[in-house]
Design a protein around this ligand. Structure first.
Ligand code: FRU
Length: 505
């Protein structure tokens, strides 16, 4: 599992990896041999957004502007490890196909962001695209603006715009600004926490995006607070990447708790947010640092960082690490919680279709592929466990199962046999998920090389990483245990790569 490293360390590997270093602001370019090595890498996704090479983590400042979807992200141009954070930039006309643009922000030697341009947001003020982000070390808030193409960014000469956390609070961190407008005032949420107590979101107000007054906590957690559910999740001591937005008459707050992305839906009154319903935006720790955008159709679209699940050495050797999740549409469910579903635009990637109907789930069928969308509906019948196996080798020595377990009320990815390699994570991933009596299990699974994104009955998401070592670990099948389940229907589409030439700028 990738761990957060000390961003100050400049290791020998950073220098070695300089072979793929990119001068910031000059566009993303790599030598030909690097491009072809990466393109041939069987573990590298083909229809997910990711930088042409090197390290990426959080989505930053996703924004819909002038008919285009802009995505920025934490990016290290020096190699596949988390140091020297820049803001990478890509743009899409349709949420699916992306064009890489020059790096938007790079650390300025001697500046408040000399050790990294960490996460933040983008807004447009009076026609001027504006980024607010965190400079380190120490953690301070900075601002940059652009012309209306958002290609070249100029940092505000008076940075930092917020030089320290509010006085009198022993904070665990001070980062990842999220800005919104209320009439003629701007509000700013910053991720933080109080030492020994729990995560908090700090709330600020401004008239010009530059001068900010601290107000109070927008919301706070308790360190040992456990969210309700069969497998409760601790809300921790530091909340990163707050994302706050109105949703169908209520408000939603997402925070990344250094473990999971937790959402709350609730009331926002007098500039305090009071959660009424909570849950995990994704049941796994492979998905993190989620951020949303509002698009031209009024949809709230959520993005997240899909982490690697293999050793740091394997990541460095691969020359790339980190993937952007597929776009997920967020809406408010009738029970007050969030529904999260894949954006319909992804259907444009569907190629050849294989259809199955009305068969027993035991013993399954066999489709092969590692770039697929699978839609399957199961009647659980008498079975305790039902679902699919993916990335199976002909002799079964490698396989991964995706199942609903009725007696445990869990949606699970089991990775124990996902790879023969010793460099990969093998632990199960998943969590609380319950089907109502007689409700069918509806799985929608996006398989893209080492990435698996699962959507269950429109109300649970589960992201996973698997790295089979055998080139023939490609089979998809169904399974049922503890009784008989029936596969009602299943469609499998071969997915097209988002751009055969996406390694070019
Ligand atoms: C979340 C995070 C943010 C920080 C960024 C640095 O993954 O730790 O809090 O701004 O990554 O890359």
């Amino acid at each position: 599992m990738a761990t957060r490293r000390d961003f100050l360390t400049l290791s020998a590997a950073t220098v070695l990896a300089g072979r793929i270093a990119l001068p910031s602001g000059t566009g993303v370019q790599q030598p030909e041999n690097e491009r072809s090595n990466l393109a041939a890498d069987p573990q590298r996704p083909r229809y997910h957004l990711m930088p042409p090479a090197n390290w990426m983590n959080d989505p930053n400042g996703p924004i819909f502007w002038k008919g285009q979807y802009h995505m920025f992200y934490q990016y290290n141009p020096h190699g596949a490890f988390p140091e020297s954070m820049h803001w990478g930039h890509a743009v899409s006309p349709d949420l699916v196909h992306w064009k890489h643009l020059p790096v938007a922000l790079a650390p300025t030697p001697g500046g408040p962001d000399k050790d990294g341009c960490w996460s933040g947001c983008a807004v447009v003020e009076g026609g001027v695209p504006t980024i607010l982000y965190t400079g380190v070390f120490p953690q301070v808030q900075c601002l940059a603006t652009s012309d209306d193409r958002m290609i070249t960014w100029r940092k505000f000469a008076g940075n930092p715009i917020i030089a320290a956390p509010p006085q009198g609070i022993e904070t665990t961190g001070f980062r990842d600004p999220c800005v919104w407008r209320e009439e003629d005032e701007w509000y700013l949420a910053i991720g933080s926490g109080v030492e020994g107590q729990g995560g908090v979101v700090l709330l600020y107000r401004s008239r010009d995006l530059i001068h900010w007054d601290y107000l109070h906590f927008l919301c706070r957690g308790r360190k040992d607070e456990l969210l309700p559910g069969k497998d409760p999740v601790s809300t921790g001591e530091m909340w990163e990447c707050p994302d706050f937005f109105p949703l169908s008459g209520k408000y939603a707050l997402l925070v990344s708790t250094q473990g999971a992305v937790i959402y709350s839906v609730g009331a926002y009154e007098n500039h305090y947010f009071r959660p009424e319903a909570q849950g995990k935006a994704d049941l796994s720790d492979s998905y993190y640092a989620a951020r949303s955008m509002l698009d031209g159709k009024g949809r709230r679209i959520l993005w997240g960082w899909i982490r690697e699940g293999r050793s740091e050495a394997a990541q460095r050797a691969a020359g790339w690490a980190g993937v952007m999740s597929l776009p997920r549409i967020v809406s408010r469910a009738s029970d007050g919680r969030l529904n999260i579903t894949p954006a319909p635009e992804l259907e444009t990637l569907r190629g050849r279709r294989h259809h199955f109907a009305g068969q027993s789930a035991q013993g399954g069928f066999s489709i092969r592929g590692d770039s697929l969308e699978i839609q399957a509906e199961f009647e659980m019948g008498t079975a305790d466990v039902a679902g699919l196996t993916v990335r199976s080798s002909p002799n079964g020595e490698e396989h991964t199962s995706i199942t609903y377990n009725r007696s445990k009320s869990q949606l699970l990815v089991e990775r124990e046999h996902s790879s023969l390699s010793s460099e990969v994570d093998r632990g199960p991933q998943g969590g609380s998920f319950t089907l109502a009596e007689n409700e069918t299990l509806k799985l929608r699974i996006f398989l893209d090389a080492s990435v698996i994104e699962i959507f269950a009955n429109d109300r649970a998401c589960l992201t996973s990483r698997v790295y089979p070592s055998r080139p023939d670990s490609l089979s998809v099948g169904t399974l049922a245990k503890g009784g008989n389940a029936r596969l009602k229907t299943q469609d499998v589409w071969e997915m097209r790569p988002i751009s055969p030439d996406r390694l070019t700028t």
